[in-house]
Write a new protein. Structure first.
Length: 727
């Protein structure tokens, strides 16, 4: 937290003036403008109105990749309205865990002339009705358009600072003019000055605008030192989590809040905060001393500690891999405890293995990686051996306890937290400080259970990583490492697993060389998205390959593979499309087992969906003695034609008609020209699925006979053609 802050006037700031006007027009108590950072990875708060900049510090920046109201408003270009804390928790449980304050929230996208700028945020007290009427929705939309126009009109894009600036809201309250107003003000000041209790006032930005003599005496600072400053800057003992939580609760809920604080060295004070739209009135009275422990950290309410742990638990619950855990601890824990460095390590074969770090030089990390887990050598080894935490306020403490520990970095204070799950230590989390730091009892009481949450998240993440790596290896082993090169045929393929789960599924494709001029292409989809589906996919692919190379026709390949699945007792069905390409005759013969039909783009003509009569999927076990029929369809496939085989994950979108999405994909294929096939296959996937999140596996295989005839190539190899010297 900082001490004195500079007041920026909205009139000298077009963006600030537009924000202040938006707050006034919508009747909000506060607002802010978020802009995309230059890298496009986060939204950063650039200007705030009606709230203290410091009080809003945890939300100065929000990553665009995570889910939250501001991110959804920008990504989906829509107004996000959260009329209550309960609605916030239902819609954004993780974000709501870190915002335990009552207010109503609206976030509107700022759509500029050349793209999205960011978002306009507006806040109301919880007394506001939860429903947003159409007229108020219109006021918010108008205000967002006005802010966007200001951004568009700027001669250059506004800078995105590390710290937002504040602007004052326009005052529209009515007062009696002239001498009576002055008289009332003096009378009120005299009244407060005569009171035996301390009283001081904060404006909406958290600055002291008035303090009586009793308040100055109790707080241990003169009135002149307090006026115009933020109390947590002038009085460092107020700069802590419980005080800031109490202040945020008061200004967001507009409800009274009480807390007890310790003024060093041993003076307890009771503070009562009474907020309204113009600021916060604070009453200060002496607190008891006889039954209170002398430790300052004991003043931190249990609710604050629980809030911090709940928030971090919600964040860690969403971590998938070990790197996700490291990133979340870095983003959430380091700022919460004011640390500047982090090293997370595990124990392997008696050695400390570092899996993530922040705030350390890579060379230092390289020297620490691989140290022996000797309990007498390093505090990390002690934490792994005993399962107990160690805290060192400065270098001298560390040197006295562990004289053999190498001093490789410039850090000055450390917390070594064992990561224990199921009664066994799996690693160590190190928090480091650039300056000496005394760890209070409150910090230790939070860090100890926090280490347990990190350990559980890391253990789950390591298990996921191991399972994911095994599944990925299985998937790669079952899919073809590389498709064969076929003279006269251009080929491109993509496989994209569903973006949730184990990144493994049952979609597959293959290209089988049959003769010098014939080739078989096959694509299929096994029911399910798990290891069983992947294993069955490997069996189906092997069976198809075996029957195709044995000389079976397309319908025979599918019939025999269906019989193989019956013999295996497979309890899942498989859709499959088999294409026999005769490059000498320029034709393709197709047979389908319940699979989506391919797309065909003849040279110089629009792409279309091939009209096929499909047979039943493989492995249904219909129980009929006669084998299922798989009708054949033969089509011309001249040079330059393009045949696209795909699985339903490319065109099956929840809530959309598959016929419409397939026709749209065909139109895109027809309008895409003739780029290299590896570019075209990426373009088709991105057009069908513009985001990186796939609800189903996707396999796509493109085939295009080229102008290099395989028959001619074979004759050239035999010397049937000779070059002629035209000179």
């Amino acid at each position: 937290m900082t001490g004195r802050g500079e007041r920026s006037e909205a009139a000298a700031d077009p963006l600030g003036e537009a924000l202040a006007a938006a707050v006034h027009r919508t009747g909000a108590m506060a607002g802010g403008v978020y802009l995309r950072d230059p890298a496009g990875a986060a939204l950063r708060l650039v200007v705030i109105c009606g709230l203290s900049v410091e009080a809003f510090a945890p939300w100065w920046q929000v990553p665009l990749a995570s889910r939250g109201p501001a991110q959804d408003a920008v990504r989906e270009e829509r107004l996000v309205w959260l009329g209550s804390q309960e609605e916030f928790a239902r819609s954004y449980p993780r974000a709501a865990a870190g915002v335990p304050y009552r207010f109503a929230l609206a976030i509107a996208p700022l759509k500029g002339a050349h793209g999205p700028w960011g978002a306009l945020m507006l806040l109301w007290p919880p007394t506001r009705p939860a429903r947003l009427p159409l007229r108020e929705r219109g006021n918010i939309a108008f205000s967002a358009r006005r802010v966007a126009r200001v951004l568009d009109a700027a001669s250059r894009p506004p800078a995105v600072p590390d710290r937002p600036r504040s602007v004052s809201a326009h005052c529209h309250s009515a007062h009696h003019p002239g001498v009576r107003r002055t008289e009332w003000g003096l009378a009120a000041a005299d009244l407060v000055e005569r009171l035996p209790l301390g009283a001081f006032a904060l404006d909406v930005e958290g600055r002291v605008t008035f303090a009586n003599t009793a308040a100055a005496g109790l707080l241990g600072a003169s009135t002149e030192e307090l006026l115009g400053t933020r109390p947590w800057g002038t009085l460092p003992w107020l700069d802590n989590v419980p005080c800031m939580d109490a202040y945020r609760t008061a200004i967001s809920s507009r409800e009274p809040v009480a807390l007890t604080v310790l003024r060093p060295p041993d003076r307890w004070l009771d503070l009562r905060l009474h907020p309204d739209d113009s600021g916060v009135s604070v009453l200060v009275t002496p607190g008891g001393t006889a039954d209170r422990p002398p430790e300052p950290a004991a003043t931190e309410p249990a609710a604050s500690r629980i809030h911090l742990l709940v928030y971090l638990a919600a964040a860690l619950a969403e971590a998938v891999g070990a790197q996700d855990v490291v990133d979340l601890v870095t983003e959430q824990v380091l700022p919460a405890f004011g640390a500047q460095g982090l090293i997370m390590s595990t124990a392997e074969a008696g050695r400390i293995r570092i899996i993530g770090y922040r705030g350390y030089d890579p060379e230092v990390v390289g020297q620490l990686d691989g140290l022996a887990t000797d309990a007498d050598l390093t505090p990390a080894g002690h934490a792994l051996a005993t399962g107990t935490s160690s805290f060192f306020a400065d270098r001298a403490e560390l040197a006295r306890a562990y004289p053999r520990t190498p001093q490789l970095s410039d850090k000055q204070a450390w917390a070594f937290l064992p990561l224990i799950t199921s009664g066994r230590p799996i690693g160590c989390c190190l928090l480091a400080y650039d300056h000496p730091h005394t760890f209070t009892a409150a910090e230790r009481s939070v860090l100890t259970p926090l280490a347990g949450l990190i350990a559980q998240a890391l253990d789950r993440a390591r298990l996921y990583d191991a399972t994911h790596n095994l599944a990925h290896a299985l998937q790669q082993a079952l899919l073809p490492h590389a498709l064969p090169t076929v003279a006269g045929l251009g080929i491109a393929a993509r496989y994209l697993p569903a973006s949730h789960g184990l990144d493994i599924g049952g979609d597959f494709y293959d290209l089988i060389r049959l003769t010098d001029t014939t080739v078989a292409a096959v694509i299929g989809d096994v029911q399910g998205h798990d290891v069983t589906a992947a294993a069955l996919m490997g069996q189906v692919r092997t069976a198809v390959h075996s029957h195709a190379t044995a000389g079976a026709t397309p319908d025979q390949v599918l019939t025999r593979t269906d019989r193989d699945l019956a013999d295996l007792g497979a309890d899942r069905f498989v859709t499959c499309l088999y294409a026999h390409l005769d490059l000498a005759r320029h034709q393709v013969t197709l047979a389908s087992a319940g699979h989506p039909p391919p797309l065909l783009r003849p040279p110089g003509r629009p792409a279309r969906t091939v009209d096929l009569e499909p047979g039943p999927p493989l492995g249904l076990g219909l129980g009929t003695p006669a084998p299922p029929a798989y009708p054949l369809t033969t089509l011309p496939l001249p040079e330059g034609a393009l045949l696209a085989l795909y699985t339903d994950g490319l065109v099956e979108i929840p809530g959309s008609d598959i016929g419409r999405t397939t026709a749209d994909l065909a139109r895109h294929l027809g309008a895409s020209g003739n780029p290299p096939l590896h570019h075209l296959v990426d373009s088709l996937v991105h057009h069908a699925r513009p985001t990186d999140r796939y609800t189903d596996d996707i396999a796509l295989l493109l085939l295009q006979p080229s102008h290099t005839s395989p028959v001619r190539t074979k004759l050239e190899e035999k010397g049937a053609f000779r070059e002629v010297d035209e000179s």
